[in-house]
Design a protein around this ligand. Structure first.
Ligand SMILES: C[S@@+](CC[C@H](N)C(=O)[O-])C[C@H]1O[C@@H](n2cnc3c(N)ncnc32)[C@H](O)[C@@H]1O
Length: 342
């Protein structure tokens, strides 16, 4: 998984001429695709929104899977597993997404026409729009960094992320994935349909809001004496404050020396939808699908200190801090951190 699409823009007239040439080729291709794109959009929306609502599946998890599909086809992160999964997934349409995105994908492949979806920004230059891709790559790097030195990996709120399948196959590590029953059961069903081997992973259906995820984890064979990586990606945003704190305190209790927790945080302003129009639009769609954003940290003053102090309250010591958009003159909105038990 590479950052190969993180490129500097070609300067001046040459860059302009190349872009002009690319757009001139792209427009007719897109026009041909329009009727197909409309059909694709209808099919994809029916599956993502209609079917998922009927089945009680996490829409935010579907969107995260969809982004990984984009990354695969726009060549920013190869992910054949997510593609194979999507093909058999009842709440997304691989075919529909191809019809919607086909003109862009073909244009990128044939003559290098790239849009935001086909580019990665430099670290520290992330905006809300460019966060999704860098987030995925950052968690990949964390996984690679620790996978050979820990004994267990726990993903509370794994959704349809296949990161553990990707990085732990054939490794001597136990993996536990937790999520709400409907979402997790559909994940396992889809993995089977897609013929994706997953027998070394233990899937634990649980709702943090009403059940003890720790009891379920221990019942499933989690060993409290072993070094563990907890990967909590894009979940806290959707939980009540007290559930986020309780979960982190429980994670701290489960950590032995050498254990790591990696997770992300959004700012309070972002979670409230007031950060930007793009953020508001995205969050309001997710909210309409039953997942309102609830938790954020006040990052208005000193975001690093605020996150560090929040983690300390939960019994954790921050060891790494990556603030998105740090090099830009923008209000802090998101960070990825690593922590260990205090
Ligand atoms: C944005 S998705 C992220 C999924 C995955 N970590 C990823 O990066 O693709 C948020 C996930 O949190 C899960 N989640 C939210 N509230 C939960 C709860 N109360 N109990 C268990 N899981 C929950 C959702 O089902 C969903 O899969």
């Amino acid at each position: 998984m590479t950052d190969k699409n993180t490129k500097k823009q070609l300067p001046g007239l040459l860059g302009f001429l190349i872009k002009f040439f690319q757009i001139s080729l792209y427009i007719p291709i897109q026009i041909i695709f329009i009727p197909f794109a409309i059909i694709g959009l209808i099919v994809a929306i029916y599956k993502e929104m209609g079917k998922s609502k009927k089945l009680g599946i996490s829409f935010s998890a579907i969107k995260a899977l969809q982004y990984r599909w984009f990354m695969h086809y726009f060549d920013t992160r190869p992910d054949p597993l997510s593609v194979a999964f999507t093909k058999k997934f009842s709440c997304e349409s691989h075919f529909g997404m191809w019809l919607v995105m086909g003109a862009l994908i073909i244009s990128q492949r044939l003559f290098g026409f790239t849009t935001k979806l086909g580019k990665l920004v430099e670290p520290g230059e992330e905006t809300v729009d460019s966060t999704a891709g860098i987030r995925v790559l950052t968690f990949d790097k964390i996984m690679v960094k620790y996978v050979d030195e820990i004994d267990q990996i726990v993903l509370p709120g794994a959704g349809f992320d296949l990161i553990s399948l990707h990085f732990t196959k054939g490794k001597d590590v136990k993996v536990f994935e937790l999520d709400q029953a409907n979402t997790l059961n559909l994940k396992v069903e889809t993995l089977k349909k897609a013929g994706i081997k997953h027998d070394w992973i233990t899937y634990i259906p649980v709702d943090y809001a009403s059940e003890s995820w720790v009891d379920k984890l221990l019942e499933a064979g989690f060993d409290k004496t072993k070094k563990t990586l907890f990967l909590w990606q894009s979940v806290s945003l959707y939980l009540e404050d007290d559930i986020v704190k309780d979960t982190l305190r429980e994670i701290a209790d489960l950590c032995v020396d050498g254990s790591i927790i990696a997770q992300d945080f959004y700012s309070k302003v972002f979670a409230s939808g007031e950060y930007s129009k793009a953020a508001k639009k995205f969050l309001s769609i997710i909210e309409k699908m039953g997942e309102p954003s609830k938790f954020g940290i006040d990052m208005s003053n000193d975001p690093k200190a605020a996150v560090e102090s929040f983690l300390k309250d939960c019994g954790l010591k921050m060891t790494e801090y990556i603030q998105f958009g740090k090099k830009l003159d923008i209000e802090p909105f998101y960070c990825i951190v690593e922590a260990k038990k205090l």
